[in-house]
Design a protein around this ligand. Structure first.
Ligand code: NAP
Ligand code: MN
Length: 267
């Protein structure tokens, strides 16, 4: 079993990652930064976003585990004091008292960015947002190659089911269970008048549907993919859809999504 640990960099996370390495060495786990089987993120949900993007090229062969050092997270759902159990589970010791790990797989969004200066592909775990830098965004939104609406406002957010509890939630989007392969489009402060008319409600697209967002004026835009900001002044369009790739997480005890939602927002 090859593993890698990525921590948030604060003193507690650094200390926990040292503890992890010590225990892992005792159990004969092999530290491998190049092609790990399991990537452990220690910190918060934001740390998992980092881990995901660090290993984006290998996500089909990696399972992620998140340990939280503050509040319980959506991706970081292991407690610090469970590290010994986690290491033991990863080393495959057949302790009958230990539950067998389960792998859960969550949908991702892929996007194709077209700029006058070239094209690129990206994947998001939470969401991507498109925002104006100098003013409002003017963009045409097409769904499955048909014009849907002309948007003007602060921006547009397109989120995954597991990202629905993040930025999407602040925008009034719905919480989507990650077994549902879908993407959700939410508006960020749209202007509605005779020229610009938008639906005003979040939209959920199933797999195999796609959405194109075309820049409709000369504008400086900020494309944010999870935590990564990509400023641009020559965007032509972004096409997005549910990806064929998924992210895998290791679970060794059930922790239903709705319990995490209640835990984070209601308890
Ligand atoms: P950040 O500004 O430190 O994160 C914002 C908050 O979002 C943190 O509390 C983070 O948890 C939490 N979070 C991240 N993923 C989540 C998820 N899937 N479900 C519920 N909460 C989640 O920046 P960051 O840590 O780099 O995270 C980037 C994310 O921040 C973006 O993907 C976006 O979703 C979110 N964001 C939200 C708003 C908003 O709600 N107005 C604005 C910008 C960005 P941790 O503290 O555990 O890291
Ligand atoms: Mn954060």
């Amino acid at each position: 079993m090859r593993y890698y640990v990525l921590d948030r960099g604060d003193p507690l996370s650094v200390e926990l990652s040292q503890t992890f390495h010590k225990l892992a060495a005792e159990q004969g786990l092999e530290l491998d930064a190049k092609s790990p089987d399991i990537v452990v993120s220690i910190g918060g949900d934001g740390t998992m976003l980092h881990a995901f993007h660090t290993f984006i090229d290998q996500i089909s062969s990696i399972a992620f585990v998140g340990i939280h050092t503050g509040h319980l997270g959506f991706y970081a759902d292991w407690k610090a004091d469970e590290i010994p159990e986690l290491v033991q589970m990863m080393s495959g010791h057949s302790d009958p008292g230990l539950l067998r790990p389960r792998i859960v797989r969550y949908p991702l969004i892929e996007l194709e960015l077209q700029k006058k200066s070239g094209a690129s592909s990206h994947i998001c775990l939470n969401e991507f947002t498109l925002k104006g830098v100098d003013g409002t965004v003017v963009a045409q939104v097409d769904i499955n190659d048909q014009m849907f609406e002309m948007f003007r406002g602060d921006g547009i957010c397109v989120s995954t089911p597991s990202g629905s509890t993040a930025y999407n939630k602040s925008l009034g989007g719905a919480m989507i269970h990650p077994t549902i392969e879908a993407l959700q489009i939410t508006e960020i402060a749209s202007i509605n008048n005779r020229v610009f008319r938008t639906l005003g409600s979040p939209l959920v697209l199933p797999k195999h549907h796609h959405c194109d967002i075309y820049s409709r004026k000369e504008q400086n835009l900020l494309l944010t993919i999870d935590h990564v900001n990509l400023p641009m002044n020559d965007m032509v369009s972004v096409r997005c859809q549910v990806s064929d790739r998924k992210i895998s997480f290791v679970r060794y005890r059930p922790f239903p999504f709705w319990n995490r939602v209640r835990n984070a927002f209601l308890d």
